[in-house]
Every structure is written in structure tokens, then in C-alpha cells.
Write a protein that binds this ligand. Sequence first.
Ligand code: ARG
Length: 459
Amino acid sequence: MSKLWGGRFTKQTDELVEQYTASITFDKKMAEEDIQGSLAHIAMLGRCGIVPQQDADRIKDGLLQVLALIQAGQMEYSVSDEDIHMNIEKKLIELIGPVGGKLHTGRSRNDQVATDMHLYLRKHVVQFVELLGNVQEALITQAKENIDTIIPGYTHLQRAQPILFAHHLLAYVSMFERDIERLKDSYKRINTLPLGAGALAGTTFPIDRHFVAEQLGFERIYENSLDAVSDRDFIVEFLANASLIMTHLSRLCEELVLWSSTEFQFIELDDAFCTGSSIMPQKKNPDVPELVRGKTGRVYGNLIGMLTVLKALPLAYNKDMQEDKEGMFDTVATLDGALRLFAPMIATMKVNRARMRQAVNQDFSNATDIADFLVNKGLPFRQAHEVIGKTVLYCIQKGVYLLDLSLEEFQQFSPLFDEKIYDVLQPEQVVNARNVYGGTAKPQVEAAIVRAAEALQVT
Ligand code: ARG
């Protein structure tokens, strides 16, 4: 059979042109969505009397046969049929005869492809919300198990103030919560029906777009036919949301890589999530977090790529828009892979509490608290800062930490010091002193865990 659009042409398409313009090699990913859209369309054509009901029924049966072939992996695709839409239509006609040609009544590939992509993304966004929830759950479980584990908190990657490890993990739970919120918000825009826009201007047939929307579970219908076939905002938005999710994952990955180094030894990733070196027998490499960190780049690239395709495109459909798919598919696959690995990787991660404690005991991250101690005794903060700066310098020169100093030594720097300073300097004390909403004190973190777990139930 020749091209579905062959009538206007007197020559065969150049073979290189066929290969260059075809999208079937990648858009076959939307085969099931394409059938889903066609089933709703033909149901509407039958119901509205645009196609006799009997023909609509035969087309429905034919589409279900094609679906069965697709699901059995027996559908053969051909580059000369360009894309998924024409491959399926051609197969339909092959199976049920010329009546199959009635399916495309009142429809264009332009509103068809947009509909397929909305259906495809809708399915995946729902999955991503769930997968992000699993990552949050793994983090919350680790947080619960580490409600008494103190680590140095960092700024500039320099020891700053001690914090609960649980508090650190919950920071990521909050980031993923915003990611979930963003995906959910984008859902209403994804869940909008383009079908019925025709090629660009609508159709001469008395179609019922609301019926199609209802059949496909779309909450809304595109208001404007030109916009319906030209809009790829929903893909840009998804790629932007995916980019932020990857940013968050990548920041955590960086910390996992650092923490599992010999220099830190704060955590150990499970053997099942690491790989070895082909030459150095001692190596256990954190390949998974490294690769997630690395793959973040391609997701950003896909976002910039899509924005660039759209920039300056005149209305309505242009073939440029076929470039919307590979970046989206790649992003879906990249995000899916990362999120599926992340939850079990976090859940099986071992926390080296002894090593964390050792780190906290051997630093000056309690220095702010002695400054605050002097402030509570009436010294202006700026002066207290200066006094403690000198005290820390003295310790560094002597090769000791603040808790190693005698009271006499403390008093050389300020007569305001007394015995109580030794309590104030204890890491638990330092942590629990930050007893403000959102702070690292144990009761605050316990409450935050409860809130995060509750939010997870709602999700
Ligand atoms: N494969 C095409 C795409 O992905 C489908 C739409 C084709 N429409 C057209 N007018 N050539 O963009």
C-alpha cells in the first residue's frame, strides 16, 4: 500500500527523506496512547452519526486487534509510514479493509499527536508522584532511625553547627515535597484535551469534544484550536519539573558520594548499589549516585532543547515540533531509572554513627553556642564573637578542642565563663538549643517527622 497522503504526489519520497523525517523509531512508545485516543475518537464519530455506528464498531474491533498486536510485541513498524499514527492507521486498514479509512474523519495528526503526548505524560506524572513518595518514605525511615544521630552541619563545606542527621535528611523530604506539588499542579494542564482542533482551525464535522474528553478522562479542553495543536508548554513544564527533581537528587548524590568516602566514612552504601574496579581490588565505588548526578545534565539539556525548538516557531504546527518527543522520552526514562533506584539505595544505606560522633567531637561547631553563652551573660554579640574567635585560635595552636580547655583557660579570655560552659558545649545541648519551628532540636525534628509522614499518607 502506498502513502496515506499519496494522492497529491507524482513521485516516490526519496529514501533519505523518509528516514530523515520519520519519527516511528521513537514515537512507537506512544502506540497504546494512540489507540486509546483513536478509540475515544471513533466512539464519538459513531455517537454523533458522523460515521455509521456499524462502521464505528468495526473500527473499534480493528483498533483492539492492532492493540493486541502491539501488546504481544507483534506489531511491525515501517519507516515509510513515517510515524506511529500512520503505522497504526495503515495496519487498521490492512486488517479491516477500506472502512478503516473512516477513522481519521474530522481529525488531523496535529491534534492526534498532541493528544497522545498528553496521555503519555499524564500516565508518567502520576507514576513520578508515587516514586517520589517512595524516596521520601525511605528518607523518613532513615530519619526516624537517626533521631539521636548528630553530624556536623556545613556551610562552605566547612564545619558550621552540629545538627541531627535526621534533620539533614528531612531537608530533602521537603525538596521532594515541593517537587510533588509542582507535578500535581502541572497535572491539570497536562490533563487537557487537544483533540477536536483538527489540523489547526477546528473541523467541519459536528464533533463532540466534551464526549471525547470524558472518554479519555481529561478534565479540560483546549479553548483555542490553534493553541491546542501548537502548545508544548506542558512538555516544557514537565522538563523543568524533572530538571528540579534531578537537581535535588543530584545534590543528595553528591553528599552520598562524599559521605561514603574514606575521608568522611559517614555512611556506607549497600554492596548491591555499588560496583568494583577492574584493576583496584579494594575499590567499592558509589556508581549509582555518581550516575544520577551525571545524568542530571541530559535532563537540563532536554529542557533547553525543547525551549529552543519552540522559540520563534510561528503558529500552528511545524515539523520542528516532532523534536519534542525524544527529549521527553529520554527525560521520562532518566527520571524513572533514578527514582526507582533511589528509594532502596537510601533504605539500605548504613549510617556510621560512631564516626559521625567522632567528627562532631573533634570540631569547633559548638563555637556559636559559647558566643551565645557570653551574650546571655550580657556581653554584646560582636564582642563575644571576638572573644570566642581568640579562644578557638588558642585551641588550634594548642591542638585541642573547646571542651578540652580548663575553666582557668576559658577565663583568660573572659571572666564571664563559669562551669556551666561544659554543658552548653555538649553536642546534644547545642542541637537541642535550636528549639524553633523548623530547627534541629530533637522535639522539633520529631514533630517534623510526624508532619512529613502525614503528608506522605495524603499523597
Ligand atoms: N510525527 C509527527 C510529529 O510528531 C506527527 C504530526 C505530523 N503532522 C504533520 N502535519 N506533518 O510531530
